[in-house]
Write a protein that binds this ligand. Structure first.
Ligand code: PLP
Length: 226
C-alpha cells in the first residue's frame, strides 16, 4: 500500500482544495500513521478510545487526534486532555459529560454535533427534535467547557448518489440556518464534517469543510481479530 501516493491522488481529486482532510487510521498499525505523517498529514481520525489512547503517545506531539466514532460517556475522561476535535457528539448527555470533564482539567473541548441524516436507523446522531430540545434548554446555555465548532453527518451507505446528495444538502442547510440563530457564544459554526472515501466529492460539492477518509488512503480495513 503506497500511502503517500494514495494521499496525493486523493488531494488532487479535491473539488475544494481548502477542505480539510482527516486521515481515518482506525484498525491500521502505527507504521501507516507514521507514513501519512511523513507525507504531511497531521489530522488523524480514530473511532475507539482504547486505540486512540494507544496510538497517541507513539506519534509526534503536533498530531491532531479526531474522535470520529460513537463515544460512550464513561470514556470521555480518557481522551479529554488531548483530543483535538470530537466529531460524534450525538446526545445532550454526552455533551454534558464532555463539559464536565473539560471543567475538571480546565480545557474547553472542541466538538461537532452529529446529526442523523441517513435513512438507516443504525447510524447515530441527533434528530431535529432532539437538537431543538437541547438548544432551547436552559442547561445548554450554562455549558462552560465545550466549544461547538460545527456539525457532522454520515450519509446512507448506498450507490444512489441522489440520495447521498440530498442528505448532505439537508445537513448543509441545517448548518446555515443554525448560523442565523441567536445561540450562546460557545457555539461557533465553522466546520461541516461530511464525506468519506466513497462520497467525499459529493460532500465537497455540497459544502463540506472537512472530509474523513480512511480506505482511499490506507486501503481496505481488516476487522478479523481486531
Ligand atoms: C471509518 C469512518 C470513516 C472513513 O471511512 P472510509 O470509507 O474508509 O473512508 C469516516 N467517518 C467515520 C465516522 C468512520 O467511522
Amino acid at each position: 500500500m503506497d500511502i503517500k501516493a494514495n494521499l496525493e491522488t486523493v488531494k488532487k481529486s479535491f473539488i475544494n482544495p481548502g477542505c480539510k482532510l482527516i486521515a481515518v487510521s482506525k484498525t491500521k498499525p502505527i507504521e501507516d500513521l507514521k507514513a501519512a505523517y511523513e507525507a504531511g498529514i497531521r489530522d488523524f481520525g480514530e473511532n475507539k478510545v482504547q486505540e486512540i489512547q494507544a496510538k497517541q503517545p507513539q506519534m509526534p506531539n503536533d498530531t491532531r487526534w479526531h474522535m470520529i466514532g460513537h463515544l460512550q460517556s464513561n470514556k470521555v475522561k480518557y481522551i479529554a486532555p488531548f483530543v483535538y476535535l470530537i466529531h460524534g457528539v450525538d446526545s445532550f448527555k454526552l455533551l454534558k459529560e464532555i463539559d464536565k470533564q473539560g471543567k475538571k482539567i480546565d480545557r474547553k473541548i472542541p466538538v461537532l454535533l452529529q446529526i442523523h441524516i441517513a435513512e438507516e436507523e443504525s447510524k447515530f446522531g441527533f434528530d431535529l427534535k432532539e437538537l431543538e430540545e437541547m438548544l432551547n434548554s436552559p442547561e445548554f446555555s450554562n455549558l462552560t467547557h465545550v466549544t461547538i465548532k460545527g456539525l457532522m453527518g454520515m450519509a446512507t451507505f448506498t450507490e444512489n448518489e441522489n440520495q447521498i446528495r440530498k442528505e448532505f444538502k439537508g445537513l448543509k442547510s441545517l448548518f446555515e440556518s443554525l448560523k442565523t440563530r441567536n445561540l450562546p457564544d460557545f457555539v461557533k459554526l465553522e466546520e461541516l464534517s461530511m464525506g468519506m472515501s466513497g462520497d467525499y466529492l459529493i460532500a465537497q460539492e455540497e459544502g463540506s469543510t472537512m472530509v474523513r477518509i480512511g480506505s482511499a488512503i490506507f486501503g481496505a480495513r481488516n476487522y478479523s481479530g481486531a
